[in-house]
Every structure is written in structure tokens, then in C-alpha cells.
Design a protein. Structure first.
Length: 387
């Protein structure tokens, strides 16, 4: 069997590296970027400072901030029109995962002849033609890792159905990882997005797919989140912890080209049915799904615990490998204000069966280390709904 691995992004990391944007644009030989962000980030002082610096470098640019929350097709189309009208030659995407996804999708919509959804990642889709405009990405949350990803998630405007546009051409060419862009994140967002990064690394490590490069990155990324998420949440200006979280988020997204697992399938279903924040949904589900995965890969669980320096108490020597990790994960959730389960949502039976249906239809769980059957998906959801 043959395998193919790819790690091509130019990543520049460090405090205030966002001040080097002009240098990055020069390296790409572009001079008229469309700056894409979401309306929330656009209203912050840190974004005003960012633009001021661009102006003082005499960079010609325009800002598109017509997106908010889960990006929809109409947002991307408005950005496409701005890109074409301004005759831009590149995209600077700055913001959380949604803003970065919109920036990447605008690059597709602006340069292709057909509507964006004709390029959705499913059989019969059109292939993206020619080159896409270069994207420079500046993440302002540490979670999705969209800055190194080759896809964008864009919803339909009416039903909010999520569509995935996928092409290696969509990958940003340069990523500027500046911890100062994340210090203003509210604690709850730091914790929820951080749990998304934790889940990416953990699920990517546990999937049995063959990709030893990604396995190594995932294990290191997991350890970085595990050791820094509480500090980043509780001491928001800790630059070292913020840097570690941004890097771990990026590493999770590199690693999950190997695959994800059932936590993400539940999270996608919970976002569709209850509009739950993706990171929060993962945070709520992850320890319960990992308990389900405990018996599937004992050697990997031993490696995880050894890597994180976790030793079960001597009274618990006979426990399965991974049990001590699960205890720590549950404590971490509690400390960071993540609900243990879904009881607070008071899901109806109808909603629960929709969640099970969407979970089973999702593409992530088949790569997990243990199969997800309709019965087990329902049993696990029912259990989490009690907590
Ligand atoms: Zn995720």
C-alpha cells in the first residue's frame, strides 16, 4: 500500500510576528490584498492597530468584514464581489476559524467561473481550475487550525447545511502565528477552542491510519494543549502559553489529515441540531467518547499517559491504560467551566434521534479506533444527556 504525506505551509511564529505582514506580502510578490475578517474581530482595537500598521507601510488594501458566526454562501459571495471590484491579487485572512474559512473560500469564488457550491467536496463536483490567489492567514483563536487546512466549511443560507470545499490549492501560503492576537479572547472561548485543538490531536493520534509523521505531531500537540490550556484560559496575557496553544492548534490541523473520530461526529451533529459551538461540543463529548475508545487501543493509551507523565495511583494499577488520562480530562473540563454532559440542553427525544442520525452520517467516526454502531451511538448519547 502506498501513502502520500504533505507538510507544505510556510509558518512564521513569535510575539508581534503579525507586524511582518508586509514582508510576507513582498515574499509572495503581491501588492493589493483583500483583508478578510469577521465583524466581531473588525470591531476590536487590536484590528484597528493592525490596519494602522499596514497603512503606515503604504500597503494598498481593502477590508471585507461581512461575515459573522458560521459562514454562509452569501457572505462568501459578497467577499467575492469585493475581491473582483477591488481587482485584488491576494487575501489576508485574519480571525477565528470562520473568518479564515471565508478568506480561503473567497479565493475560490473570485477566480472560478461557477458558483462556489459546484466545487463542494463530493462526487461529481467541479475541479478548481488554475491557481488561486495566495492567502496569508493570521489566526486569532487557538482551535480549528484552519490556517494550515485545505478546506473551508460554508453553510447554505436557508437550511444552514454545512458544505465542505476542499482543495490543496486552498491552503494558505504563509501563516503568521502571533500570540498577541489571542490575548483578548474571552476565557470561555479560549477554553472551548482549546478543547477543539485537544480533540484534533487526540483523535488524530488514536486513529489507526498509517501516518507516523502525523502521529508524532499529534502526540506533541496533545501534550502542548494539556500543559497550557488552563494557563491560557486563566492568565490570558501569558504569551508563552498563548504561543503554545496556537502552535498546538495548528499541529492538530496538520495531524488530522490522518483522520478524526466519533467526538467530531457528535460535535458536527450537535452544531447542526442545536447550533452548539464546535469547540464546546467537542469539549463536552471528548472524555465520554474516549471512554468508549479505551478498550480499542491500550498501547496507544499507555503512550499517551507516559508522554503526559500521568501515573495511576498505586491502588489503581489494574485499571485499563487511559483511565488516569480520562480522570485528568474530566478535572480539566470542570476547572475550565465546561459542562460534564448535555443535561443542561434538555434535549427532546426527537432532537436526540436527529443527533444520532447526523452522527452516524458524519465522515469522521469511521476513522476512529472503534466502530460506532447505531446502538452504541444512542447509548453513549443517552448517558451524556444524564450528566
Ligand atoms: Zn474540530
Amino acid at each position: 500500500m502506498l501513502h502520500r504525506f504533505s507538510f507544505p505551509t510556510d509558518i512564521r511564529v513569535g510575539p508581534h510576528v503579525s507586524h511582518k505582514l508586509t514582508e510576507a506580502l513582498t515574499d509572495l510578490s503581491v501588492e493589493n490584498p483583500l483583508v478578510v475578517t469577521d465583524s466581531g474581530f473588525a470591531s476590536l482595537e487590536v484590528f484597528g492597530d493592525f490596519l494602522k500598521r499596514l497603512r503606515s507601510d503604504s500597503i494598498k488594501f481593502e477590508v471585507f468584514s461581512g461575515t459573522q458566526g458560521n459562514p454562509c454562501l452569501s457572505h462568501v459571495n459578497a467577499g467575492r464581489d469585493a475581491y473582483r471590484t477591488g481587482k485584488h491579487d491576494s487575501i489576508v485572512a485574519i480571525g477565528g476559524g470562520a473568518a479564515l474559512d471565508v478568506g480561503k473560500a473567497i479565493g475560490v469564488a473570485a477566480t472560478q467561473t461557477h458558483s462556489l457550491f459546484e466545487y463542494v467536496d463530493e462526487p461529481g463536483a467541479r475541479a478548481i481550475e488554475g491557481e488561486l490567489p495566495p492567502v496569508v492567514a493570521l489566526p486569532t483563536t487557538a482551535g480549528t487550525g484552519s490556517e494550515v487546512g485545505r478546506s473551508s466549511v460554508v453553510s447554505t443560507d436557508d437550511t444552514h447545511e454545512k458544505k465542505i470545499i476542499f482543495s490543496p490549492k486552498m491552503m494558505p501560503r504563509i501563516v503568521l502565528v502571533d500570540p498577541h492576537l489571542t490575548v483578548g479572547l474571552p476565557a470561555a472561548v479560549t477554553a472551548a477552542t482549546g478543547f477543539d485543538a485537544l480533540t484534533h490531536n487526540l483523535e488524530a493520534y488514536l486513529t489507526p491510519a498509517y501516518n507516523p509523521m502525523c502521529s508524532g505531531i499529534a502526540l506533541e500537540g496533545l501534550s502542548m494543549v494539556f500543559n497550557n490550556i488552563a494557563t491560557a484560559t486563566e492568565k490570558p496575557t501569558d504569551i508563552a502559553a498563548r504561543t503554545e496553544m496556537l502552535m498546538a492548534s495548528l499541529m492538530g490541523a496538520v495531524a488530522f489529515q490522518k483522520g478524526l473520530g466519533l467526538t467530531h461526529s457528535y460535535a458536527h451533529a450537535l452544531s447542526t441540531v442545536k447550533d452548539l459551538h464546535h469547540g464546546l461540543a467537542n469539549a463536552i463529548m471528548v472524555d465520554h467518547v474516549m471512554e468508549y475508545y479505551l478498550e480499542a487501543c491500550p498501547e496507544k493509551w499507555s503512550t499517551v499517559e507516559a508522554r503526559l507523565g500521568l501515573r495511576p495511583p498505586s491502588s489503581a494499577q489494574a485499571e485499563r491504560p487511559g483511565t488516569e488520562f480520562l480522570r485528568h480530562l474530566a478535572q480539566l473540563k470542570k476547572r475550565l467551566g465546561i459542562p460534564a454532559g448535555l443535561a443542561h440542553l434538555s434535549l427532546t427525544e426527537n432532537e436526540k434521534s436527529s443527533i444520532c442520525r447526523y452522527t452516524l452520517l458524519d465522515v469522521c467516526h469511521p476513522s476512529g479506533p472503534r466502530a460506532a454502531e447505531p446502538e452504541s451511538v444512542k447509548t453513549l448519547l443517552d448517558k451524556v444527556c444524564q450528566l
